[in-house]
Design a protein around this ligand. Structure first.
Ligand SMILES: [Zn+2]
Ligand SMILES: [Zn+2]
Length: 356
């Protein structure tokens, strides 16, 4: 669900509606638009829209985020603006349209290196066919499609019938959902905008595009407000960002860790080679200064932090065992130097052995 789609408008509830009122409104609309009950071609899309709006109400954090974003953006349904007046008033050129904030999801690489993105600026305009009512009146009654005109519908597996919710049991309808807008009273009009995203914007930062906000219908002569794109990062399969430091867990075979040598590691620009010192001098964390998320303005670039994860083989074959036995033999010959805890242990066991 896009951030502009107003869940209050979709469910037709007031901004201070109680959870019970929201639930009731949802049930009523879901009943009307359920694809099993409503044969219109747009029923499924409308049902999904209603369901998505209700899900937002069930998630207090997302709802709060939506309300916050909405308070900072232009209203798309003609209601007065909540808090966007100040930015508009500062712009020269007199009356200006409202500002709009829209989210833009980027991969870490896109954000780090900069990119070109196409933004879909959907705009909701009132449906002219039904004068925004969402309903059309019929001069002659039409049979209800939900019950094929009989006024009752089957109750599913349990058998029996109940009053058709589509027509209230009358079997015919004097009005039905407007086919142009699927009964919502609104139409979506879209415009795409090519945007150059500069490198180094972090999650939560905003990119301002002056004069690119969509105008409400009928206001085409006004100067458009600013469009703000709020950056959010998609979850990355390899990297986690801490400030501007990019952290990455690198699995390495225990043999490579023991032998040292070069391993291939990822970076924001691709991969590079990391030289491991031979055992035991190497650390398990390598920090590559300035190779993390790029800096911006006075803020310096972050580091790339590679945390090595030891990976043991899941099994050993006969030829492996032969090699390990050789290594074990060599270690046993030099325990004091190369494995002090084992040397101390052996000493304890020697002291406990029964004489003879
Ligand atoms: Zn309509
Ligand atoms: Zn009916």
């Amino acid at each position: 669900m896009r951030i502009r789609d107003d869940p209050y408008a979709i469910l037709g509830v007031a901004s201070d509606a109680s959870p019970a009122e929201v639930k009731k409104a949802y049930r009523r609309l879901a009943m009307r638009w359920h694809p099993d009950r409503n044969a219109s071609a747009t029923a499924e899309a409308e049902f999904k829209r209603i369901h998505a709006a209700y899900e937002l109400f069930l998630d207090p954090q997302r709802l709060a985020e939506w309300r916050q974003a909405h308070a900072a953006s232009a209203p798309t349904d003609g209601r007065p603006a909540a808090s966007s007046g100040k930015a508009s008033a500062e712009r020269p050129g007199g009356r200006a349209g409202d500002d709009l904030t829209q989210s833009l999801t980027l991969t870490l690489e896109e954000a780090a290196l900069g990119c070109r993105k196409t933004v879909d600026l959907g705009q909701r305009v009132g449906c002219a066919s039904c004068a925004r009512s969402g309903r059309v009146q019929h001069r002659n009654s039409i049979p209800c499609q939900g019950c094929s005109g009989c006024g009752r519908v089957g109750r599913g597996g349990a058998g029996g019938t109940s009053i058709c919710p589509g027509c209230g049991g009358r079997g015919y309808l004097r009005e039905s959902a407007c086919p142009a807008c699927a009964g919502s009273g609104w139409l979506e009009r879209s415009r795409t905008l090519a945007v150059t995203v500069p490198p180094g914007l972090l999650d939560g930062e905003r990119l301002r595009l002056a004069g690119q906000a969509p105008l409400p219908p009928g206001d085409e002569e006004r100067a458009a407000g600013d469009l703000y794109l709020e950056i959010s990062f998609a979850k990355h399969p390899l990297f986690v960002l801490h400030g501007r430091d990019v952290h990455c867990q690198v699995p390495v075979s225990i043999y490579r860790l023991l032998c040292g040598g070069g391993i291939e590691v990822p970076s924001l620009r691709g991969t590079s080679t990391l030289e491991l010192s031979p055992y035991p001098q190497h650390p398990l964390e390598y920090r590559l200064p300035g190779q993390g998320f790029p800096g911006q303005g006075r803020r310096a670039a972050g580091d790339l932090v590679l945390q090595l994860q030891r990976v043991y083989p899941t099994g050993v074959g006969a030829s492996d065992v032969e090699l390990f036995e050789q290594l074990e033999g060599r270690l046993a010959a030099d325990l004091e130097q190369r494995a002090p805890p084992l040397a101390a242990w052996q000493k304890q066991l020697r002291a406990r052995r029964q004489p003879g």
